[in-house]
Design a protein around this ligand. Sequence first.
Ligand code: BES
Ligand code: ZN
Length: 646
Amino acid sequence: MLLARFRSHLILCLVGLMMGACSTPMTASPNTPALVQRPVAPILATADAVDTASFARPQIARVTHVALDLDLDFATRRVAGTATLDILAADQARDIILDNRGLEIATITDGAGRPLPWTVGAEVDGLGTPLTVTMGEARRIIIRYRSGQETDALQWLTPEQTAGKRHPYLLSQGQAILNRSWIPTQDSPGIRQTWEARITAPEPLTVVMSGDRLTPQGEPAGPGRRAFRFRMDHPVAPYLIAIAAGDIVFRELGPRTGVWTEPAMIDAAASELADTEQMVEAAEQLYGPYRWGRYDVIVLPPSFPYGGMENPTLTFLTPTFIAGDKSLVGLVAHELAHSWSGNLVTNANWSDSWLNEGVTSYFENRIMEQLYGPRRAAQEAALSYDDMIAAFADYGMESSATRLHLVGPDGSPDGGAGGVIYDKGALFLRTLEQITGRERFDAWLRQWFDNHAFQPATSAMILADLRANLVQGDSELESRLLLDDWIHAPGLPANAARPDPAAFSHIDAAVAAFAAGGPVETTAWAGWTTAERLRFVNRLPRAMDQGRLALLDESLGLSAIGNNEVLFAWLKLALANRYEPAVAPAEAFLERVGRRKFVLPLFETLLGQGDWGQMIARRVYTRTRPGYHPVTSTSVDRAMAATPTD
Ligand code: BES
Ligand code: ZN
């Protein structure tokens, strides 16, 4: 009886292809000894939900739970062990297709240890290879494997690359499709999975992951090793499984917030992050309860390729946001906001990354407003608007890459890491907010999160939801919102909210005065916020002579400034003008920092400066490349290769 009910439910899930059809807990494993009830999130089967960046065919067979049992081997720089996958599949399904990139597979068995046949298909550029397992009637499979020699997701750091200089370090980055290089599963954001892990590491390293920590102190695991166990009971997109291991310590920030980092960094990190608990409270007041239990962060070594990554329960952060004055904590607000937009409601595929990044950028700004007031929020929104206009100029206003819903190659998995989706996506929501009023808009956004919690989403779904729950049949309002334009058309819709003209009027006046040949106003600069300084440097004339650059540099101390965002903005300007005294600081910066957002544009700027810059770029890159995460080095490699040597 029970089985029959499950079977018909399964058919509903797999064939009915209805949203929410799989929302009741179920299990589907003849090899599972006990009936384990796990929540299963639905698979969207509409055409726009199909993920072309994954080999998986979830309508036939899909992974519902991943159990990892892995050793971290710092000598060989590999993870090795087993991944046990629980599978939900149509009755007649006999194969499951997983995503794989360079994994070295030893054996695959069913839950009873019987070997199963498997094949690795042809490589598809950028995606890796399909791993097809002939599971027969088994609904649990055990893969014994190790990661390949090069993994996109994992970076193994030497002791020299850490602050403490004594112990090695491991960090991972899963988004967008990098986790398939260390976890054999279906690596698609629409295929949510619960997971658990047991990880062993050499003492004295501590392992942390993006889930509940079950073994705070670790457990003995043979001579000189400890095991750490974790679990994530909410179904999450597999790009959100993350790991870090190193000589790290924890400090509490609030009742459910805390920070991990190396001992040498803990004081600076904790004081920069002192407002984290308040950020969680502000976010909850805005858009509903934080559903992940703890919100901890880890401040990683500077080779981490992103500013931040929203790994559930444990945001990963670059140390470059530490400025001593909390001026760059918008990054933390951003990653926290992903606990709703991204981790709770997740883009079904990478052509709708704006649903993660654009909605999050809007939410980030609302948290900043709540904590630091409307003026700072308005300034940060104006900076974002400028970035968007600059990106439009780069791509061309009519370029398809300036859409929110990205089509074809524009929507490739890495497309969302840069481009306009952050700023234009945030501006879209800000525009809706201004037209409908904050109260009505906030109620809409909150219900969007609630009604799509733990589910994948697409542009078509948010459009339908906006019509049903924000517009509500008001045709006059509908015509003012230009919803389809915002999501599908390139460039900027006519109704776009403009940034507050007062936010930076004093800064723009200072830029104009300097551009007209005036002096540097050092006293004014000393009183400016980081946002104001960024506006000033970014709005300076792009072509300047050496004398004016030297005047700026010497009077404001730009080449030695401690704020990495301001330093980066300055170095870009200085190198684009072949300002020689900026070369040494740029080189030091490129050696110290591996964040792609900083590293790639600086190399691109140098490569755009003829022989002068290309020689510097190649010389510096030869030295700094080994320290970069593959995310960064792959991008810089590409930029280098696109610049012909003579
Ligand atoms: N989720 C992103 C990072 C990401 C995006 C990785 C796409 C891979 C593919 C993260 O939340 C992010 O947006 N980071 C930004 C932070 C910023 C906008 C405040 C970064 O790293 O700079
Ligand atoms: Zn983000």
